[in-house]
Design a protein around this ligand. Sequence first.
Ligand code: ADP
Length: 495
Amino acid sequence: MEVQLTAPNGKTWTQPLGLFINNEFVPSSNGQKITTINPTTEEEICSVYAATAEDVDKAVAAARKAFKDPSWRKLSGTERGALLNKLADLIEQHQELIATIETLDNGKPYSAALNEDLADVISVFRYYAGFADKNFGQVIDAGPDKFAYTVKEPIGVCGQIIPWNYPMDMAAWKLGPALCCGNTVVLKLAEQTPLSMLYTAQLIKEAGFPPGVVNIINGHGREAGAALVQHPDVDKIAFTGSTATGKEVMKMAAGTMKNVTLETGGKSPLIIFDDADLDLAVKWSHIGIMSNQGQICTATSRILVHEKIYDQFLTKFKAQVQSISVLGDPFEPSTFQGPQVTKAQYERVLSYIRSGQEEGATIALGGEPAPQKGKGFFVAPTVFTNVKPHMKIFREEIFGPCVAVVAFSTEEEAIQLANDTTYGLGSAIFTRDLVRAHRVAREIEAGMVWINSSNDSDFRIPFGGVKQSGIGRELGEPALASYCNIKAIHVNMAT
Ligand code: ADP
């Protein structure tokens, strides 16, 4: 049920391999496992048990039992907050090891795993710990003959399905508000990156959460994920992943009319007007697409630049990519870009690069595999020019270090190009004109707008999309609405 592992940075630990149900690690019912691969070396790390539909039944039963159990149900918000704070403290104590596990399994640079992902995870749990006793109903004045009030109740058993790009953050964004509101959870990890959250499962037990409140399973999407989404005893599904899978999830959840929140894909625009601080725009254009190997749903993958500054921007942007996007071993402090997460993703990104070439775009930079010492799923950071809006590289989410740069001539055209997408997740605007910044922010069809930055995610601020980028919001206070039912109580005062 566990294995001793050592990472290239010398850290060693005992890695749990089981399904975490009722605060214990157990094998899958038929013994099936999924082997997880180190994307930097292409070597196997270990094999982790993968849930069957029968295991999903067990996890859901554990969550249902815990939901009814007084050890959880009767806790006050303050007590739930204390558990979440304890969990945050434990994760903080183990953050270097968890970041190490993440880098090994996912390929992201260790510095990013530690200073960005883990820092955010700890903040998210503390933020929702604080909300646990501050999320209450209202008294509604309905005249002297009626006393009416609302209470916020947990929804029940929540199925949560997360992707591989930010395994720890995606878990925290979902667990934080769900537990804050008093729900119980079955969390299905992405089969490509299960190790960090399985390690963290031990800390959930150590923090004192009663058995069954948080159950964490690894498993295939079509098997364990689909079983969770269709399970009649699951009340809610929160999903983060691709738009195609999100649509499947929504259809399957309809069977028992589950409450759903979906956070799916994007093709986010970054608009640079001719009055922008060009160096600032260059800096954030790079961060907005090249961070996390381009594997970010909000990545600003379409850069729209005013024609007057297009050539100047392109020269500076290429120089920025070449100087900052250092590829290499993700444990090396100088590395900015690690490998893509899996061979499948690597091949997918390369196939988009080929499609861009076939459709007539120009590769201004990169455009090829970039193995390090002959190994790993590395792709050179790639900049496309001469991109037309009908091309796949302008329309489809690549989820890799690839960006399309397109010129525009008027504000109207910039907005039209920005909105010419089925997605609506992030967007960025660079201008020094305050009025224009706010005007354009209102015109863009997106859940989030960054003015003079990109991908500025903040645990206090709601995150989510419009159009085919999702339904509902995570983070901030609005996430609580995704995990509560409002019950209205009418008291007849008339005699
Ligand atoms: P990707 O293609 O990048 O892996 P997905 O959207 O398919 O992205 O995966 C995101 C999460 O959804 C993962 O945990 C995956 O296992 C899960 N998943 C995939 N297919 C299904 C499905 N049919 N039903 C439920 N969950 C699924």
